[in-house]
Design a binder for this molecule. Sequence first.
Ligand SMILES: Cc1cc2nc3c(=O)[nH]c(=O)nc-3n(C[C@H](O)[C@H](O)[C@H](O)COP(=O)(O)OP(=O)(O)OC[C@H]3O[C@@H](n4cnc5c(N)ncnc54)[C@H](O)[C@@H]3O)c2cc1C
Length: 427
Amino acid sequence: MYFTARLAAPRIVGYSARMDGKRIVIAGGGAAGFFGAIACAEKSSDARVVILEKSPELLAKVTISGGGRCNVTNACFDPKILASRYPRGGRELIGAFHRWQPRDTVEWFESRGVKLKTEDDGRMFPATDKSSSIVTCLIHEAEKAGVEIRKSCGVAAAARKSDDGFRLALTDRETLDCDCLLIATGGNQNSIGHEIAASLGHEITPLVPSLFTFNIKDRRLEGLPGISVANAAVEAVGTKLRQTGPILVTHWGLSGPAILKLSAWGAREFAERNYEFDLLVNWLSDLKRPELILKLGEVRAQNSAKQIGAFSPVEIPSRLWKSLASGAGISETTRWGGIANRDLEKLADALRACRFHVGGKSMFKEEFVTCGGVNLREVDFRTMQSKLCAGLFFAGEVLDIDGVTGGFNFQAAWTTGWIAGTSMAEI
Ligand SMILES: Cc1cc2nc3c(=O)[nH]c(=O)nc-3n(C[C@H](O)[C@H](O)[C@H](O)COP(=O)(O)OP(=O)(O)OC[C@H]3O[C@@H](n4cnc5c(N)ncnc54)[C@H](O)[C@@H]3O)c2cc1C
């Protein structure tokens, strides 16, 4: 509908760069679009590559990513282990990572003058700690490779032409013909990229948010924001969803890597439950219940005159310990010697199976990704070309691919963008 309306008085625009050769349009000037465009233009001397970005800003998410530092990738160099960081898309990405993985990303940026550094948890950032280093590099490399970049000019619709290729209706009311179209419009729910993919025959797996924190109103967490526990385990009651890692208490509930991973793996299930479910937190994931009860019994025997609140027997912050003990009905002035065996069990459960009700979600530092998108069964991951529509390619978050935090989402964008770009150059 939109397409035909826009074509009422078409002005077919040309390509300002190379005059002959394949005409390649990249819809979306984000990480995947830029990487695809550069790979294509560098590989093919005669391809005319245009990036169409609907907003006035290029690489906007790269700019704000990682708190302005841009977590470019992760120092995880084994394709199989790397693929296991993707709740959706991991299986399809294994082969793709054999062709373009974090090592290639690092080499790509470093050979172009952007040195990357690795933090203790494997996350990789530009050594400058500034996302602008990445943005400047990508724009410079695109221009150097002869990519034409048009801002404030999006793709509104695409139709297959009878003689191969596509006719695009642009948001500025112009039309543009191309031989190959790479849809790299990201995962935003209101992006028209999914609509275009659907209009060309693709199924779109429903879109829901991934990577969020849990809203929990509970007295046991009151006054504790900022407190973190390094080795915790979390489990969504009534599901098979479990994760381990650090947890952070926030003003709204719980966050930290274990929670974010759980939110990613459970993105669809939590959406179906309208983000209402019970969560079991094990604050001491490396201690089994019988061992813990034994340990608490020994502590009781050796510290009978000490008050519960004055002495935390386990490796969690003392304020959390007091709050959990009080939640188990044991006041902080109670002496260890006065604790009955059944109270020891209650304490053990408060530490190992602490139940909270989650009543909603919040954003994690504004970072989020989308679960859902172009159905992966319909895309050939050797080329990133549609299996349904020749000449149509996909890269980045528009696909039903998302990873946990740590640089994995950008890595998927670099990998799929690079494969799509080189494939478009080759056909
Ligand atoms: C605040 C924040 C921080 C993040 N930090 C990190 C991080 O540090 N590390 C990490 O790995 N991941 C991070 N992510 C996730 C990461 O940003 C995305 O996974 C990644 O940007 C996806 O790249 P993309 O190119 O597929 O999509 P996008 O970056 O979303 O780019 C898509 C582009 O297409 C444009 N567009 C949309 N529709 C059209 C259209 N019809 N025509 C033309 N253009 C169109 C959009 O304006 C946009 O510029 C973060 C996300 C957010 C929101």
